[in-house]
Design a protein around this ligand. Structure first.
Ligand code: HEM
Length: 180
């Protein structure tokens, strides 16, 4: 099924979820790795370039995903979910969306801090749209790093909850995000 139903996620929502999950985990690993590279390393320029290009894809995907979420039904909570799980799950989902946005926007601000646009996979230059402000690169860099660590913490919590539902509660929470 393309769209969500009352009982399950449709394949568009599932595809967007897993695409973004893979991209976020890869970006986090690459982000940490590339900051440790020396100037003469062959990856010194290419990795940040790929990191930024994929990051821009994630920003676009968040837009598509939020639109899709707002125009689609959200599957109802399962009867096995406790009130606390429903509230905490909702807060974690909002936190994940908010942190993804903060990380993408701060990444854009780091990359455009000198007034230069971002070369997207060598295909298109995304322009610097705001007038650079004082210490933009440093401030945006701190926010980007802290938000990325908090996001990964939330992702671990989120994934642990999904696995707990699957292996301990033996309910459909994970299945409806994988097989629909
Ligand atoms: C970077 C990684 C991830 C991000 C950013 C992410 C983000 C999200 C978000 C925002 C939702 C809410 C969907 C909605 O709009 O209704 C969601 C749902 C879900 N995610 Fe993830 N996720 C990630 C990784 C994972 C992993 C690794 C697992 C499993 C091990 C997982 C399992 C699920 C499940 C089962 C749901 C549905 C929850 C429900 O029906 O209440 N996610 N995810």
């Amino acid at each position: 099924m393309l769209t969500n139903t009352h009982d399950s996620y449709g394949w568009v929502a599932r595809l967007l979820h897993w695409l973004m999950a893979a991209a976020v985990i890869a970006l986090f690993g690459i982000g940490l790795y590339m900051t440790g590279l020396g100037y003469y390393d062959p990856l010194y320029k290419t990795l940040p370039w790929r990191h930024k290009s994929v990051g821009l894809c994630v920003l676009a995907l968040i837009g598509v995903r939020l639109l899709w979420r707002l125009t689609n039904v959200t599957p109802a909570h399962l009867a096995t979910h406790t009130r606390l799980e429903v509230v905490l799950g909702g807060l974690v989902h909002i936190g994940l969306y908010a942190l993804l946005l903060v990380i993408c926007i701060s990444g854009y601000l780091i990359s455009t801090a000198k007034g230069k646009g971002i070369d997207w996979f060598g295909v298109y230059e995304v322009p610097a749209m705001i007038e650079p402000f004082e210490r933009q690169g440093d401030l945006a860099g701190d926010i980007h790093l802290i938000a990325a660590w908090v996001l990964i913490g939330l992702v671990v919590l989120h994934a642990a909850a999904a696995l707990k539902h699957h292996f301990i509660d033996k309910d459909n929470t994970l299945i409806r995000m994988t097989r629909g």
